[in-house]
Design a binder for this molecule. Structure first.
Ligand code: PLP
Length: 410
């Protein structure tokens, strides 16, 4: 046995492409380049003050020890109240769990339920982590491509055609990363109607961007179709809605058998989420969201800045997204063009690399999310910084040229 050999499991997982871009940005910045990172999936707003104060008070009070694995009684109560008030979903304490981010909860749910060969339906474009989590659980990701013409929404007929006896889960993410798609209650009803005919399929509703919407309603499957609640895991968290990505608190509501299994996995891996962050999350969930109106106004301004940049280039197209803080822009018109250095743009990765090197702007290539040729532009940055980055992208796009047609050989 070679001491440095990794387990075969490792061949099924890639490092997160978004984390890789952030590493590249850090390396270029350390080398003296000025890079604007439009690749990062987090808001630049500060965590609200009342939340920070709750954390400081938790430290001072000595809330610094292990807690119950699934979360403190106070946090569970706040989660139950949130689901009841905002989503019309009633859960008992045995039906909710808090973990170190929505990511950990999704991972634990899949690991707890997916057996070798089980299929998990993932509409594409998707959040980068779903397929790798499914692979780590030895399942098969069944990627269902969605179309920009359909607003990136999964069509009920496509869902119905994809379900097999091996289907274990359908993962839905609305508002969605990377497209900003928001399923309306009617869209969601179309999907829940299909699911009602397939009682062996579990439903994962990743609602992490719930509060980041621009004038459109929110719909979560267990609320749209209450008969699905017994086989739906509704996942949410404070990372995006409260600008608390670093605090690492996610939560989920679902059937007690599933929550108990997720708790068992958590008890043998990380145990409880950070006690101080749990106290902060209680303050976030209970403290109201008046600050959110101002955040939304700023995000709408930023979305307009990015959409204007997209219109100003000849190589990008994108419909205005309804939610999250991403624009998923088609870059097909850039393919086949040459950079000033004479390099041909052959893929969305080449285009993203060109923007990083030429414009000093980091974006994530669509292939990372299972759809090409696209780039994901995250616009959660200060308006002035964002405008400057957009101008640099426009200039870089202008410098792309069509290579001279080769003379036909007589
Ligand atoms: N789900 C989606 C769709 C995401 O985009 C992210 C983070 O980028 C997460 C889940 C993870 O959230 P958390 O920070 O709570 O782990």
């Amino acid at each position: 046995m070679n001491a440095t050999a990794l387990s075969p499991r490792m061949s099924r997982v890639r490092p997160s492409p978004t984390a890789e871009i952030s590493d590249k940005v850090r390396a270029l910045t350390e080398a003296g380049r000025t890079i604007t990172n439009l690749g990062e999936g987090e808001l630049d707003f500060d965590t609200p003050d009342h939340v920070k104060k709750a954390a400081i008070s938790a430290i001072k009070k000595g809330d610094t020890k292990y807690t119950a694995v699934a979360g403190t009684a106070a946090l569970k109560e706040a989660i139950i109240a949130k689901f009841a008030a905002e989503n019309d979903l009633a859960y008992q304490p045995s039906e909710v769990i808090a973990g170190a981010g929505a990511k950990q909860l999704i991972f634990n749910a899949l690991l707890a339920t997916v057996a070798a060969g089980d299929e998990v339906i993932i509409p594409a474009p998707y959040w980068v982590s779903y397929p790798d989590m499914v692979a780590l659980a030895e399942g098969k990701a069944r990627i269902l491509p969605c179309r920009a013409e359909d607003g990136w929404k999964l069509r009920p007929a496509d869902l119905a055609a994809a379900i097999t006896p091996q289907t274990r889960w359908l993962i839905l993410n609305s508002p969605g990363n990377p497209t900003g798609v928001v399923y309306s209650p009617e869209d969601m009803r179309g999907l829940t109607d299909v699911l009602m005919s397939h009682p062996h399929v579990l439903v994962m509703a990743d609602d992490i961007y719930e509060h980041l919407r621009f004038g459109v309603p929110f719909a979560t499957p267990a609320a749209i179709e209450p008969r699905l609640k017994a086989r739906t895991l509704t996942v949410n968290g404070v990372s995006k809605s409260y600008s608390m990505t670093g605090w690492r608190i996610g939560y989920a509501g679902g059937p007690a058998w599933l929550i108990a299994a997720m708790q068992t996995l958590q008890s043998q891996s990380t145990s409880n989420a950070c006690s101080i962050s749990q106290a902060a999350a209680v303050a976030a969930l209970k403290g109201g969201r008046t600050f959110m109106d101002q955040w939304q106004e700023r995000l709408v301004e930023r979305r307009a800045i990015v959409m204007e940049m997209i219109r100003n280039t000849d190589v990008l197209t994108c419909a205005s997204p309804d939610g999250a803080f991403y624009a998923f822009a088609n870059c097909a018109a850039a393919l086949g063009l040459a950079t000033p250095a004479g390099k041909m743009i052959a893929s969305d990765l080449d285009f993203a690399t060109y923007l990083l090197e030429e414009a000093g702007v980091a974006v994530v290539h669509g292939a990372a999310f299972g759809a090409s040729p696209y780039i994901r532009i995250a616009y959660a940055l200060d308006n002035a910084v964002l405008k400057d980055a957009c101008h640099r992208v426009e200039d870089a796009c202008r410098r792309l040229t069509r290579p001279a047609a080769r003379k036909a050989v007589a």
